[in-house]
Design a protein around this ligand. Structure first.
Ligand code: 76R
Length: 248
């Protein structure tokens, strides 16, 4: 049996994709729309406060295309909290003008491929900060799930630790070229959702998503072993931008 990579886990993650029921929203009277927007703002404020208290982090983005209208990406200490957030949201008037279109459950994950042997990663404040990150408020988000392939001679899980480490080193070198342009959060979802990882990228220039993902496709670990799900891409939303999006 090959040696499993050791992983460190941080906050649990919920990507909650919703679409707006535009017909119902347009037909609602002004006072009902106002009530719904007030509730939305209450949530956005609560999530901001929680982030300031370092108890979690939330990113809110619109989604371009028909897969969804917006996404709430929540990071919290426990699965219970994530459940509470979605349930509380579902009970609002605003939620009754939306319908859920996709969700993804995972946990912020770092693996030991690049770790220094013998050192305790949890003693490293940078590692701790990456496990419980404040999500960037950059202009764009890109989310997709992925697996590492298990077929015939292309079985990631049958490779030795050394082979995998070497490939992950090359992967990391490509990634590093995008430092400052793309911020990546890898969340593990084995046992939690349909794919093995969620990849969430943030950038101010959306084109950098395409450049990075394309460049990685030529790298062995993605070229031979990467299988990908649906891509979601979108634009940053704060309270004002959300109001503008929903303005009738
Ligand atoms: O954590 C680190 O920075 C060390 C190096 C590193 C690891 C271990 C790293 C760097 N990644 C790691 C693990 Mn990654 N990553 C992806 C994707 O579209 C594709 O082809 C793949 C999707 C992107 C875009 C990306 C970006 N990475 C992983 C894992 C877990 C694998 C496992 O455990 O088997 C996955 C699934 C994955 C996928 N990666 C980086 C990036 C970037 C930008 C970096 C550089 C980070 C930096 O140096 O700041």
């Amino acid at each position: 049996m090959s040696e499993a990579a050791q992983t460190l886990e941080g906050w649990y993650a919920l990507h909650d994709f919703r679409s707006v029921d535009w017909t119902a929203w347009r037909l609602a009277d002004e006072s009902e729309r106002k009530r719904a927007l007030d509730e939305l703002h209450t949530f956005l404020n609560q999530w901001n406060q929680l982030e300031e208290q370092k108890l979690g982090s939330t990113a809110v983005y619109s989604i371009v295309g028909q897969k969804a209208d917006f996404v709430f990406m929540h990071l919290r200490e426990t699965l219970e909290e994530l459940n509470e957030i979605e349930t509380a949201f579902n009970k609002t008037t605003f939620a009754s003008f939306t319908y859920p279109v996709h969700s993804y459950v995972s946990i912020v994950e770092l693996s030991n491929y690049m770790g220094q042997p013998g050192s305790d990663p949890m003693e490293n404040p940078e590692v701790v900060a990456r496990l419980k990150p404040v999500l960037p408020k950059w202009k764009h988000i890109c989310f997709y799930p992925m697996n590492k392939r298990r077929s015939g001679s292309d079985n990631w899980y049958m490779l030795s630790m050394e082979e995998r480490r070497e490939m992950m080193r090359s992967h990391g070198m490509i990634g590093r070229k995008y430092a400052g342009k793309v911020k990546q959060i890898i969340t593990g979802s084995v046992g939690f959702d349909n794919w093995e990882w969620g990849v969430t990228l943030f950038a101010d220039d959306a084109l950098q998503f395409k450049k990075l993902v394309y460049e990685m496709r030529f790298d062995e670990v993605s070229a031979r072993f990467g299988d990908f799900g649906d891509f979601y891409v979108g634009n940053f939303l704060d309270g004002d931008k959300f109001d503008a999006l929903l303005k009738i």
